[in-house]
Design a protein around this ligand. Structure first.
Ligand code: NAP
Length: 241
């Protein structure tokens, strides 16, 4: 087990992050499952996968630092970072409060900044590492009533590309996955009619699963993606091309 590669997945307790944890574990990785509030789910998943559960609110730099120290203590090395933790909100732009805007950026953008910053000394020292961020199709094309979310996810793409250029010479690749509509708790409020409309709007006429996104995350973290950096791949069924 000690020679196995290691991965830290933020927001690994549910949805896309949990599917990614299962995908990496199935390939023999040692998995650190980060959670913020869903402790029971994260612990059960970590136990199922023989990994560890690590608590941190990614919008808090001190908690993130402690989480990364904890993972490095347990695993001794970190090969892959998946920056998946995120929040969404649907609201008219004119109804957005300062707090709504700041919370969105605190988790979706600051969270990536803090987590990447915390793992970098280790990855730079090893001159190796793969980082995969999670944006959204709305970060690529903008979503009505999702201005703050779209802006935060566009920021993730800009950050990914800049980091790819800066960290490439240190042997670290940075890529991004921008999913389309995926069936997780994030979309629990959608009605059956909304879901059917989205399905029919999607060229592949199906709704994405967390496992669909996990495959893209796994690919970008794998040796098969050795020559890729600064790229955005979009498991979205063709909804955004
Ligand atoms: P989800 O089911 O709502 O799960 C969100 C995950 O993020 C949970 O594990 C949650 O942890 C974690 N999280 C939220 N705030 C956090 C914080 N402050 N610190 C640490 N973890 C935090 O959402 P999902 O659909 O799997 O989304 C995962 C990522 O994919 C997000 O970045 C999202 O924006 C992106 N995405 C989703 C879709 C979609 O249609 N579902 C589409 C495009 C992009 P706890 O439960 O432990 O608090």
């Amino acid at each position: 087990m000690s020679g196995a590669k290691t991965v830290l997945i933020t927001g690994g307790s549910r949805g896309i992050g949990a599917a990614a944890a299962r995908r990496f574990a199935a390939a023999g990785y040692r998995v650190a499952v980060n959670y913020c509030r869903s402790e029971a789910q994260a612990r059960a998943l970590a136990e199922e996968l023989g990994g560890i559960a690590v608590q941190a609110d990614v919008s808090d730099p001190e908690q993130v630092r402690r989480m990364v120290d904890n993972v490095l203590d347990k695993f001794c090395q970190l090969d892959i970072l998946i920056c998946n933790a995120g929040v969404a909100q649907q609201k008219l732009f004119t109804d957005l409060t300062d707090g709504d805007w700041r919370r969105m950026f605190a988790v979706n953008v600051d969270g990536v900044f803090y987590t990447v910053r915390a793992v970098l000394p280790h990855m730079i020292h090893r001159k190796a590492g793969r980082i995969v961020t999670v944006s959204s199709m709305w970060g690529q094309v903008g979503g009505s009533c999702e201005a703050a979310y779209s802006a935060s996810k566009a920021a993730v793409i800009g950050l990914t590309k800049a980091l790819a250029k800066e960290l490439g010479p240190s042997g670290i690749a940075v890529n991004c996955v921008a999913p389309g509509f995926i069936d997780t708790g994030m979309n629990a409020a959608l009605t059956q009619e909304d879901r059917e409309a989205l399905r029919l709007e999607t060229p592949l006429e199906t709704i994405g699963t967390p496992e669909d996104v996990a495959e893209s995350l796994f690919f970008l973290a794998s040796d098969a993606a050795r020559f890729l950096t600064g790229q955005v791949i979009a498991p979205n069924g063709g909804l955004v091309i």
